[in-house]
Design a protein around this ligand. Structure first.
Ligand code: TXA
Ligand code: MG
Length: 324
């Protein structure tokens, strides 16, 4: 299969992306978080293709991306008041909400669960496609199963070329890591995947306490410990241990740091990320892709701050480092 390269800035390419999706093809699309591998969510045969292209087990549920709040009632069994408030506050944006599914939602998307994950992504090109073609798309991150999520069209092209119909180039993702996943139950609201929108941001809009359970307590298939992985083994070390490694000048190791104190160290495989959370988040996967290209023995990442704001980064790095 030849993979077309479409530009979000070209009206005819936006049109082409919509037509391909409508006809049941897979198109990688930009979102504000990471690139998604999209299929028309109302077409189970199209959605099936996602699992083959990614090598993803069929029981791992997918997120459905909508173009507007008015589409919610086609996908959720019920639209509670709190959801409208949350939606008006955080959408379009990096928040996925798990809801009881509308009876019409195919099991291919939900992996047989009674619930479905929904979000309205904050990227003008994708919103344009969804709204113009009145489409909802099921889309996981556009990476092979367990690997790093892509945040640039080039990264997607490299791993998905030949497997999908097109990549829609909407530039680098401005958030850079995956959406927060929230499930609201009668007695509590659970953050199932930490992300850019944190528990305190959500609390004011919800009728029940928001909790962030340890990653695996409420795992569904798809919430795997081993995830977001570069090809080279990755370890997370504190700054002091990491400095010792850098000073030994091992050319087969790569280092990813953010502390200003480490930024002046010299090493050919040293990547320095911004020390603010948003700046770091935006560049994290791109930096890991870059180091991974060097085929290193090991990638060593400076441990992130142990604070609520950095929970999402700590989660991604611990999964990237996991070898269970
Ligand atoms: O930022 C994002 O969320 C990106 C962009 C493309 O929107 N998407 C993304 O999708 O990260 P994916 O498939 O890589 O991760 C979605 C995760 C699944 O692994 C699963 O754990 C969870 O969402 N999920 C989906 N449906 C669910 C459900 N009904 N109940 C609980 N968790 C669900
Ligand atoms: Mg993913």
């Amino acid at each position: 299969m030849k993979t077309e390269y479409l530009k979000a800035s070209e009206a005819s390419d936006i049109q082409r992306a919509g037509e391909l999706l409508r006809s049941g093809e897979l198109v990688a699309v930009p979102t504000e978080t990471v690139y998604g591998l999209a299929a028309d969510a109302s077409n189970p045969v199209a959605v099936e293709k996602i699992f083959a292209a990614k090598g993803r087990p069929r029981n791992h549920p997918l997120i459905v991306h909508l173009g507007s709040l008015s589409m919610l009632d086609q996908w959720a069994a019920e639209v509670p008041d709190w959801l409208m408030t949350l939606g008006k506050t955080f959408w379009p944006g990096p928040l996925t909400v798990i809801l009881e599914k509308h009876p019409g939602v195919t099991d291919v998307i939900t992996g047989g669960l009674s619930t479905v994950g929904l979000r309205i992504p904050d990227h003008p090109a994708l919103l344009n496609v969804l709204q113009t073609f009145n489409l909802a798309v099921a889309a996981p991150s556009a990476n092979p199963y367990k690997k790093l999520s892509p945040t640039t069209p080039e990264q997607v092209f490299e791993v998905m070329q030949g497997k999908i119909s097109a990549v829609l180039d909407g530039g680098p993702c401005h958030v850079g890591t995956e959406s927060t996943i929230l499930q609201v139950l009668p007695d509590e609201a659970r953050i199932l995947r930490s992300g850019p929108i944190k528990a305190p941001d959500l609390q004011a809009f919800l009728p029940v306490p928001v909790v962030t359970p340890r990653s695996h307590q409420y795992a569904v298939s798809g919430n795997k410990q081993e995830h977001y992985q570069p090809d080279s083994p990755l370890s997370v070390l504190n700054s002091d241990d990491l400095v010792q490694g850098i000073r030994m000048h091992r050319s087969d190791e790569g280092y990813l740091v953010y502390s200003p104190a480490l930024a002046n160290l010299r090493h050919p495989n040293l990547v320095v990320l911004p020390s603010d959370h948003a700046g770091y988040r935006k560049m994290l996967y791109t930096a890991l892709y870059q180091l991974d290209k060097k085929r290193l023995q090991r990638i060593i990442v400076e441990s992130p701050p142990d604070t609520e704001a950095w929970l999402d980064i700590g989660d991604r790095l611990s999964r990237a480092a996991s070898s269970t």
